[in-house]
Design a protein around this ligand. Structure first.
Ligand SMILES: [Zn+2]
Length: 310
């Protein structure tokens, strides 16, 4: 199978413990991903709310991530443009993309986005659970984007950094929809209709993401799949619901490895094959599964990453 996963905190965890990406005790290591016919991963550098000097932390962690990409250059390419993604995929290399999870690292300064971009960040999750200079997390309050948040969305689009609305409040989401002129994504968010958690997307938000050429990554963090102990059946129910909402070309995987509470059935990335097999047994055909597991995300990034080589 081919896998393109939109969200993992692996490199933040590796930075904390000085572990390598090639081999470690995390849910993702390159040792576990060799089985995939094609593999692309968005690696997030996560900075919690309330952290002192989050930009300094981010810079050190991002540098660590880039060193990990370099040390694994035999099998991995750090992709910053559509061409780089295509060539990594064609050469059978792991395609690594870098994301920043939490706009608090900007410290209210849009100029810091230039540094993010120079470091190779191509996706920014505007906020985490709390409130920052850009907006407010869905689990905290339903407040919209700040004027700076709107400026940051426009600056991201100019630079070619994709805007990620996962974690964002509902009002914030609609502000992004109003402000953005390009497609945006929810890298790791599920459907509220199936699991009524404030982190999940309403039917209307899903409709907007679909109409705007966006992308939605299914999150395998158990509390976002079901109010009870989530299992494979809940992954199927979530997937089936999104498909009923017309998301056949919008749906992807944003599993949240090394950041979420995973069931034993999908406890590390090498088990994604079993998840896929389960969905197949429940009636999703191979072509559709390949779109969900890889194709939709690949096409989205090919359409929305800037051209050129770096
Ligand atoms: Zn997250």
């Amino acid at each position: 199978m081919r896998l393109f996963d939109l969200h993992a905190d692996t490199l933040t965890a590796c930075f904390e413990t000085s572990e390598g990406l090639g081999d470690n005790n995390r849910q993702i290591s390159l040792r576990k991903t060799g089985q995939f016919d094609s593999y692309a991963q968005v690696f997030a550098i996560f900075t919690p709310d309330g952290m002192e000097k989050p930009f300094d932390y981010f810079r050190r962690a991002a540098q660590y991530a880039i060193v990990q990409f370099y040390e694994n250059r035999g099998s991995l390419r750090f992709c910053k443009t559509a061409e780089e993604l295509r060539s990594a995929s064609e050469q059978g290399k792991t395609a690594a993309l870098l994301a920043a999870e939490n706009g608090n690292i900007l410290g209210g300064s849009a100029e810091n986005l230039l540094i993010l971009h120079a470091l190779g960040v191509r996706l920014l999750t505007l906020c985490w659970n709390g409130e920052n200079e850009l907006g407010c997390g869905a689990v905290t309050a339903n407040r919209g984007l700040t004027p700076f948040g709107k400026r940051a969305v426009r600056a991201c689009e100019k630079l070619g950094i994709l805007v990620d609305v996962s974690h964002l409040s509902e009002k914030g989401f609609y502000d992004v929809a109003e402000t953005a002129s390009r497609p945006f994504l929810a890298s790791h968010s599920n459907a509220f209709e199936i699991c009524p958690h404030p982190r999940n997307l309403t039917a209307e938000q899903i409709r907007i993401l679909r109409m705007r050429g966006g992308l939605i990554g299914i999150n395998l963090h158990r509390p976002f799949l079901s109010e009870k102990n989530a299992g494979l059946d809940d992954v199927y129910r979530m997937t089936a619901y999104f498909l009923e909402q017309g998301c056949e070309s919008v749906l992807a995987m944003g599993a949240d490895y090394d950041g979420g509470d995973m069931a034993p059935e999908w406890g590390s990335i090498d088990k994604m094959e079993l998840v896929c097999e389960y969905l197949y047994q429940r009636g999703l055909d191979e072509t559709l599964l390949d779109k969900l597991m890889y194709g939709n995300a690949y096409e989205f990034f090919m359409r929305n990453l800037k051209r050129g080589t770096t």
